[in-house]
Design a protein around this ligand. Sequence first.
Ligand code: PMP
Length: 381
Amino acid sequence: MNSYIYLDHAATSPMNGQVIEAMTTAMQQVFGNASSIHGAGREARKYLDNARELLAKSIGAQAGEIIFTSGGTEADNTAILGTVYARANEGKHIITTQVEHHAVLHTCEKLERDGFEVTYLPVDQLGRVAVEDVQEALREDTILVTIMYGNNEVGTIQPIAEIGELLREHHATFHTDAVQAYGLEKIDVNQLQVDLLSVSAHKINGPKGVGFLYQKTGTPLASFALGGAQEKKRRAGTENIPAIIGFATAVQVANKLREEKRSLYNHFKQIMLEVFTQEKLAFHVNGEEKHSLPHVLNISFKGMEVESFLVNLDMAGICVSSGSACTAGSIDPSHVLVAMFGQGAEELRNSIRFSFGQDLTENDIRDAAEKTAQIVKKLAT
Ligand code: PMP
């Protein structure tokens, strides 16, 4: 038994028992290199192909459209750099939003230094980007639009299918980072009309260090991991087969439990909000309440300083992230909240992200909410 209540599943999640079993068996029995032509290689390839098939199916794609990566970061980097290197002679303009994960933002910033022009679209106070803003930003020389599916800090879901529809009329490649949404939202690449989509295993009770990039057949993508011919020469290097098998297992489990989890996590959100209301705390829920990822609850508590808040929560055995979840040091102002509320807003200093996952009970949530309320009462100025 853990001595803490883990409410940081959007940062990473514990591995599911079936995932551990599948990986253990794979590590004991499948050691060949999938690129070898002999029996051991063929056996490894069979496992790899099977996992690829399952993962492709989970998003309505073909097996050949899946490129395995070391996770969401590499998938995002590959999508963005791969597109612009393949299409640089067609234009130098990229569209993204101000609230993307740093795997996207830092990659775009690097491209700006390399002579590309990037439009960072604003969001409203709920963290939503407007389809009309995407439309207005589109130019003849726009070669890539990269907009996340669901936000990792506040959970807001973007209108990806509508943007996909808009881009049918435009030649730009459309990428979405679905790292947080995959496994909780039903994702179909054909319905969304995306060309590239990033996913990571460790957010859905799979292993760390593995993910994939979906590349719609025919989408131009330069390879920058050069070497062997793995992943149809799109990403060189021996695949981590046990992790990929674990990933495919995690997806099977996640898909079976998706609806159950969605309603459970929404229930958890309600419990937390009920407790905070009963305790008469002054708080604000950041992000969309209805059209948002079910596992993310980002709240600003009035009068709190996030540094001491996090330390006190940790001492009380509650694991959460600050609202600026993935920002270095985790206590810098969140670029997502800055985009939503503007520099200097009080929400920036006192936001906490609770995120839910497998094995949590209603008691855990109530317990965590009550302990959080006591800390707020003690520390709020
Ligand atoms: N994109 C989003 C939206 C994420 O939440 C994360 C993980 N924090 C990543 C990309 C990076 O994924 P990984 O940790 O697998 O590199």
